[in-house]
Write a protein that binds this ligand. Sequence first.
Ligand code: PLP
Length: 439
Amino acid sequence: MSYVFHRTALGGLPVAASGQGAEIIDTEGRRYIDACGGAAVSCLGHGEPRVLEAIQRQLSTLDYAHSSFFTTEGAEELAEHLCAATPLPLEKVYYVCSGSEAVETAVKMARQYHVERGEPQRRVLISRHQSYHGNTLGALSFGGNPGRQKPYAPLLLEQRKIEPCFDYRYRQAEETPEEYGQRAANLLEAEILAAGPDTVMAFLAETVVGATSGAVEAAPGYFRRIREICDKYGVLLILDEVMCGAGRTGRFLACEEEGVAPDLVTLAKGLGGGFQPVAAVMCTSAIHETFAKGSGSFVHGHTYSAHPVACAAALAVQKVIRDDRLMDNVTARGADLAARLGARFGNHAHVGDIRGRGLLQAIELVEDRAGKTPFDPSLRIGARIKREAMDLGLLVYPGAGTVDGTCGDHILLAPPYNIDAQMVGEIVDRLGDAVDRAI
Ligand code: PLP
């Protein structure tokens, strides 16, 4: 009997008791390799002493101060650290507690920016199908995951959406990846023209798509063309790096790899590494100046924005990433992980695609490789693999396929940045066994 309203109403969850490095241990003493960091959260694994010490130090000096009355040294230092961590011109940081809040904050910031500039008619947001931006009603509206949206459809905001850039599913045989990237990006221009260019405020996309289709990178040149289109029509570019940012792909921001600077970028999971709920929006100084020279305030804020303990935890996490040069390890172990997944699943009858960047990697499951036919979603292949993997002491993050067949079930891997080569091998071995047991 549990009084907790869990995600699953069917019960049966094991009770997590402790965490050590890359493992979670339950109250029965079973150990699970946390190969997905929950939902790509635990970037340092569990129990990192330098982070625990920073949290304890902060708690013993100041537990809480409301961000409309005070700033704190931790909030200031973390913002400076984040701005220095990327070569891109992002010079202001707004704190919130979750990825959904970060996305909604970025969209509201984009909207108010246009209002401050005297363009209140800019109110259309364009985002993409097969995306995930969070579960609150605004963020759920912006996302493109029909399964998650269906019961709430009457409550959601109407949105314009374009097809994602998804090579495995949408590139035509005669196209090079570069040609495909241009074609996919040009869909944005067509959508802006259809909406009326002076009504569009922003385009929102995940740089590397996480939860909905599983570690999907854009084709080369896609985001550069997107940037050009946004600039041409005065549309702000919001990149959602809640999952792929903060070092997960081997760069602080995944968009550094594309050579593209967004106007706003969201961060969450790897920012605090799960030690505290913390998220952020980074934006250009041009956006901030517009507020400063305009009304002087952003009409927004949450009770726990810039929570001192959350900022202290995130700062400690980011310092560990810097001091231990963990982004180099993400690149090296990410290459290992991709190679091992290729060796184990490259010829697997039911693995259609292996993809990802850094330590965000996925396999897509298909009924038939040649036709790329997804499994019937009612078979819940991803969820079955997750269950088998847990039985084998491995945590992986499943994604469900879409009913219309535009994406199959997939399994997402996002192990800690400090993982070693042996653990990478163990993850792939156990995942291989779980897939064979499930299908
Ligand atoms: N945006 C992206 C890209 C995500 O992957 C997620 C969560 O998975 C979110 C937003 C929502 O974050 P949260 O669950 O912290 O609200």
